[in-house]
Design a protein around this ligand. Structure first.
Ligand SMILES: Nc1ncnc2c1ncn2[C@@H]1O[C@H](COP(=O)(O)OP(=O)(O)OP(=O)(O)O)[C@@H](O)[C@H]1O
Length: 680
């Protein structure tokens, strides 16, 4: 029987070559083709000049009342003009650069022309001649996104063919009726027809609304299903020793904040359950995520398991290994660091000890997900700065790591709706409180001309024993220029602050051991000013630093600026962030003002989301936010939230997939489930 999962290759006129071209547009099945919606429409409804609006695109139908005249200008440009009488009115029609039309148009002919209407001049700037426009014809011509190998016309014909052949199948529903009623959504076949062949703009819009919901709903059903399957599959409780944990907590140099205590409990509850943990730990910069991770790892150790922590950069891996090591008695808990710069002999030893179960915690970078690396008994994997690792790495981790519990940490506050899109399959814990005694960072925006004055202020801070970061921006994506710029700033400031104070330099072109050496020296206060490119962006922790000076601050996104600012204000002293910039646009001004106004990462992330979109918050390359074809998860946040809630409720019903009414949905998800099983 024909189903929507048939290959597009089954359509007439689709040979192997065309099929390949369709595949390039992500069209594999009939369902994909029918979900390949137009991105806009041309209103082809025939109108008279009296109904037409100036500047609007219209179709006029009338009699050609003059011979068409072609005028050439230059070598390639031309204009074709003729008069047309429509009802009682006469207008002039022009076509630019289509001289061949002159041969097809003759005086006395009935003609329909689509174009844009200039009312004061009574002219129509023609775009296309419509062959057989009947008076009663109404309609919108769908315009599809295409590639070189596939033309508009081809897509249109294939869609028409599929609509005819698979009409029956379109009567199966994607969204359960109760949900459709609740949100006044259209039945599926009306959506498909309304998207591809709408009669008017209103119908197209109504179809798009339901189509967006369908897309979100299917997406959420997939995520929630994955979550369910994830939870069902692994059933190994981590039976930790509460007394040992309490003992460790009592040795910490500070009291945990109540938010830290709450999330530790959330994590421990997950770990103890015979289900697989997949949890995201969110906390604003400096909120104290590291100690939470350390406690979770220790819990695994008391249960006789190992733990791993993956960081996005070597500097961070190094720092984490140190901090985490400092929480434990080295005789009881062995922490090792493994990065790509670990020496071969040392690496071999680590691998052997890891397999023998002699290492309790392994901290590292991507170097941790190598195929030759095997744990004796990995119970928990902590992934820092989650969004820099993709879903793929997460599954590799599964493959090599015997499917441990996963705790992902991110310092980038993610607005809730974005979180349910990017991390919908994870449970989320939020540390929404900073350790006591922190003074909010004072942020000031200054023009370049005011910089010298501030340097004096910074000098005073250094005199009081504090340290300062100076950050130089990315210049037009060129690392060489970045480095040159950072070097120039470095030399400049070495003059300004020297010889009393020492200045260091850190940039992306340095080798990892060099970077580490610089960071370690800065942390040890061997120099007081660190000039750096954005390599210091995430996670670096030097509590004695109280000044963050960011040059050309308008080149950074809000979330990035907030991350940078988060490098200071980590100790008891008052800290300062100076944003130096002369923004050229209102948008730049808005961003500087937002930074001055609030210290709340969530507020800024929300603002960034509104101003720049999701990719910028989560990092362009690995945003983790899936692309949507029809719906816009930012503009339609509320709809996404509803889709998630409804999807969860559907999945809560035991035999939801037996409902014959939503057969189309079940079929779509079957495929996902199969694919997912294949990964495991
Ligand atoms: N409960 C607490 N009381 C006092 N200080 C704390 C507490 N928890 C953590 N700290 C300290 O706060 C600083 C920030 O902690 P941590 O480095 O874990 O932050 P983070 O959440 O990882 O932030 P970022 O994402 O900015 O790196 C550290 O110097 C840490 O020692």
């Amino acid at each position: 029987m024909a189903t929507l999962l048939d290959s597009v290759g089954t359509l007439t006129g689709v040979g192997p070559k065309r099929e390949k071209a369709l595949n390039d547009l992500d069209i594999f099945t009939i369902a994909d083709l029918l979900a390949y919606y137009p991105h806009r429409y041309q209103d082809l409804a025939v109108k008279g000049p009296s109904e037409a609006v100036n500047g609007e695109k219209v179709t006029f139908k009338g009699l050609v009342t003059s011979d068409p005249v072609v005028t050439h200008f230059g070598r390639k440009k031309s204009r074709l003009r003729f008069r047309m009488t429509i009802d009682q009115a006469t207008i002039m029609v022009s076509f630019f650069n289509q001289p061949w039309l002159g041969k097809q148009i003759t005086m006395g002919q009935e003609l329909a022309v689509y174009g844009s209407y200039d009312q004061p001049r009574q002219t129509l700037n023609g775009m296309k001649v419509i062959a057989k426009a009947a008076d009663d014809e109404t309609g919108m011509a769908a315009i599809y996104p295409t590639n070189k190998a596939i033309k508009q016309k081809t897509i249109k014909e294939l869609v028409d063919q599929a609509l005819q052949r698979y009409d029956q199948a379109l009567h199966q529903e994607v969204i359960p009726q109760a949900i459709r009623r609740r949100y006044r959504l259209l039945p599926h076949y009306e959506v498909v027809y309304g998207m591809h062949q709408p009669i008017n703009a209103e119908q197209a819009q109504a179809a798009r609304r339901t189509a967006s919901f369908e897309e979100f709903f299917i997406f959420q059903m997939r995520l929630q299903l994955i979550k369910q399957m994830d939870a069902r599959q692994q059933g190994r409780p981590v039976l930790f020793n509460n007394d040992q944990l309490k003992a460790l907590i009592s040795t910490l140099p500070y009291e945990l904040t109540s938010a830290q205590k709450r999330v530790v409990n959330e994590i421990l509850r997950d770990m103890r359950r015979p289900l697989h943990m997949n949890r995201l730990l969110q906390g604003d910069v400096g909120s104290g995520k590291t100690v939470v991770a350390a406690l979770a790892m220790y819990a695994a150790i008391t249960a006789g398991k190992q733990a791993a922590l993956m960081a996005p950069t070597e500097i961070l891996a190094q720092q984490h290994a140190k901090t985490i090591g400092s929480f434990f008695d080295p005789k009881q808990v062995r922490v090792e660091l493994l990065t790509s710069s670990t020496r071969a002999s040392e690496r071999r030893q680590i691998l052997a000890d890891l397999l023998a179960g002699e290492i309790d915690i392994l901290v590292g970078t991507h170097a941790l997900i190598q195929p030759d690396l095997a744990f004796h008994n990995l119970g928990l994997a902590v992934i820092d700065e989650q969004h820099r690792f993709g879903v793929k790495q997460r599954s590799t981790l599964r493959e090599i790591g015997m499917n441990p519990d996963i705790l992902a940490m991110t310092a980038t506050p993610i607005p809730r709706t974005l979180a349910i899109t990017a991390y919908g399959e994870m449970d989320v814990s939020v540390i929404d409180q900073l350790p006591a005694g922190r003074k909010p960072v004072q942020t000031k925006w200054l023009r370049k001309s005011e910089l010298d004055e501030q340097l004096t202020f910074i000098k005073d801070q250094l005199a009081a024993g504090a340290q300062a970061y100076v950050v130089t921006p990315l210049i037009e994506e060129s690392e060489t220029l970045d480095v040159q710029n950072a070097q120039a700033v470095y030399q400049d400031l070495a003059q300004t602050f020297g010889p009393e104070y020492k200045v260091g330099l850190l940039h992306g072109r340095m080798t990892n051991p060099d970077k580490e050496a610089v960071m370690a020296a800065f942390k040890a206060n061997q120099f007081q000013v660190l000039v750096a490119t954005t390599v210091v962006e995430v996670g670096v922790d030097v509590p004695n630093a109280t000044v963050m000076l960011i040059l050309d601050a308008d080149r950074f996104g809000l979330s990035q600026l907030h991350q940078l600012r988060g490098r200071v204000g980590r100790g008891q002293r008052q800290s300062y962030a100076f944003l130096v910039s002369n923004p050229k646009t209102q948008y730049g001004v808005d961003r500087m003002q937002a930074m001055v106004k609030t210290n709340d990462g969530f507020v800024l992330a929300q603002k960034d989301l509104e101003l720049r979109g999701a990719g910028d918050i989560l990092g362009k390359r690995q945003s983790g936010v899936p692309e949507f074809k029809v719906g816009d998860p930012v503009a339609d946040m509320q709809m996404m939230t509803i889709a998630q809630e409804e999807a969860m409720q559907v999945l809560d019903q035991p035999d939801w997939d037996q409902d014959p009414e939503i057969k189309a949905l079940v079929e779509l998800l079957d495929e996902t489930m199969a694919r997912y099983r294949h990964f495991d």
